[in-house]
Design a protein around this ligand. Sequence first.
Ligand code: GTP
Ligand code: MG
Length: 345
Amino acid sequence: TRTSSSGLRTPIVAVLGHVDHGKTSLLDKIRGSAVIEGEAGAITQHIGATAVPLETVSRVAGRLVDPDDFDLPGLLFIDTPGHHSFTTLRSRGGALADIAILVVDVTDGFQPQTIEAINILQDSSTPFVVAANKIDTVPGWNPRENSPVQGTYDAQSDRARSRLDERLYELIGELSDHGFSADLYWRVQDFQKNVGVVPVSAETGEGVPDLLTVLMGLSQRYMKDAMQIDVSGPGAGTVLEVKDEKGFGATVDVVLYDGTIREDETIVVGGTHEPIVTDVRALLQPRPLAEIRAESRFDRVDEVGAAAGLKIAAPDLEEAMAGAPVRVVRNREIDDVIAEVEAEL
Ligand code: GTP
Ligand code: MG
């Protein structure tokens, strides 16, 4: 399982923003793979879940994050599509999240799905950081691969730096128009009161160490509030997708946000007509860093702990519904669990 020694669960980080602003590229940079190349038209069609272990976060963040300072197993990132037709997937991803990254193309600025995302975050009171992406496209920009942003910022010509400043202040103004007091992250003292803006490039990796550092800070804050979560209780999750899988029939891709799930356990899954009561046949999990929707070979596991992305194989899942709840029954009355699932549909 992916829980830390003290039983804290992995924070879920949603990546939200307008189409083409660089959400998937940013995740790719973090996990060092290239999921984007396998995507139809490079448009993200589904929500993907990717577990990034703490050591990887720490390696990418470099000297900015010392793993000894953090009692977290890592981060579970949920990529969401920016295309306007995917509102439901975006709100599903946003609602599942403990914290979020709002990705904004620094030149393109606020766009309709940026505003939609900010409303989702506001409605669910999800703390977030803004990744002001594509800083490498600022005319005259002199890139420094994978560097923390302050070093690269100081190394620019006055003209390039002031061009970036203009765009960043425009972003900060837009955030303020939507009710968020925001500033460049290194000027933010209290992330409870102000939204941090991190200038980044998913292309060159500049600012990515800073972004991860701010995320770890936000996670720790969230973890303090979430100490009450019983990570060993019966599992609770949300269906992202229903998929046919060779040798298994209909399966569901799930983000487990609470508790644990074991092979052979009885689960209740929201369906298109009525809740489905079934027994888990197999739990399939992508390896850490593997992208759940690009990965075809899964590890078969006995038990999975929150937070995690996993695939559940079980009979009768054909009518399971994307966005519906999944609940492990364990020592409870089946009827109570069915009522719980129905209440959430
Ligand atoms: P959807 O999933 O369709 O909403 O898009 P997305 O936000 O995931 O954007 P994606 O990562 O697919 O990137 C869109 C395009 O922008 C691709 O061609 C990327 O190569 C490019 N891109 C992303 N980030 C950067 C960046 O920091 N700099 C530059 N120059 N290009 C970038
Ligand atoms: Mg994408």
